[in-house]
Write a protein that binds this ligand. Sequence first.
Ligand code: GLU
Length: 445
Amino acid sequence: MQDVVEKVYEQVVARNRGEAEFHQAVREVLESLDPVIAKHPHYAENALLERIVEPERQIMFRVPWVDDAGEVHVNRGFRIEFNSALGPYKGGLRFHPSVNAGIIKFLGFEQIFKNALTGQGIGGGKGGSDFDPHGKSDAEVMRFCQSFMTELSRHIGPNTDVPAGDIGVGGREIGYLFGQYKRLRNSYDAGVLTGKGLAWGGSLVRTEATGYGTVLFAQSMLATKGDSLEGKTVAVSGAGNVAIYAIEKAQQLGAKPITFSDSSGYVVDEAGVDLELLKQVKEVERGRVADYVSRRPGARLVTEGRPWDVPVDVALPCATQNELDADNAATLLRNGCAVVAEGANMPSTPEAIEAFQAAGILYAPGKASNAGGVATSALEMEQNAGRTRWDFATAEAKLTGIMADIHDSCVEAAETYGRPGDYVLGANAAGFTRVADVMIAHGIV
Ligand code: GLU
């Protein structure tokens, strides 16, 4: 990295001690920005890098709640309002035991550039809690969400900060959160949360959007080589919203997804994933991937290693950060994998990314390829503001158009800065310049 960029990185490490994932996310962006800063010195002169790595606001709060047995628990709640240059802070809430300030900060930082890439008016934010919804009753999840929102409601609003789902936060949680917000404010501000139910302000396609978008991005990358997903085998990790709808779209485009996973292991189904069964197990029953295997002849559960051990043409990491390391990358490459599109946030380690890029395969960073979820959230906000509802085809056509635009912006920026085909540089440079130009227009704030 150039000296000026390196200095910013060192300050980030010194100021945010122990927040390894945040350092990693910042480093990836800053490394890409070398040619951008060299070409446009006014960004450095306006201390744009120093400002963009510092959250505008960071909120941390106590979330006390009572379980079904009457025992009191205390979790920690977070909301990071990272950057509002382009619009209200926008980003999901993650409920997972691994959540801490550093994880939320890395996610919020990624969100700035992802949201900018969508071309919509949304700033970057993120939040969550170290609460684990697994194994909790609906009533416990409800009481937790109500307590969480009792504090969060002071900080959010349709023009201020608009949370949504992420790992551990789906339709059920958004419902409880919205109900409590509405009660506290005595106001039906539909646009304060996205990922809502269809009967109360939600948008068609929001559920499918992240997974669909990831696969559409992979298809666009393949199209630059005159190729397509037709007939390709696909390894998917995760078994949540993103993974399920990545599998669905991949099947629609003629590919054959053969894996998915959760924390208990990964499933290999050489005949191709039975999507209806997977939805039944994960969405209806909230079960484990083993429940799929017990009902699907020919499928097997593997409890050692990762889905990346299975030979495939395309890999779609749709689970969580740093789930694909250098060894996994080497295995994928050895087995002939030629496309990696990230459905999760920062699933590949820096060493894995380096290996993909050195091998010259098509590699899409999550902030570009998984932006379809938040893009459709912005479409939900648009419908809420207009008190209207679009049908599935309308919303899906908009998502498809946005993903194509994101792909083309990445390609164009990579060419502008002299590294054609480098989607990491393309995504970071295109996202950064959009935010940076507006920050300059707004003055030193
Ligand atoms: N959590 C998703 C993401 O990582 C979606 C955020 C949203 O819809 O606001 O982009």
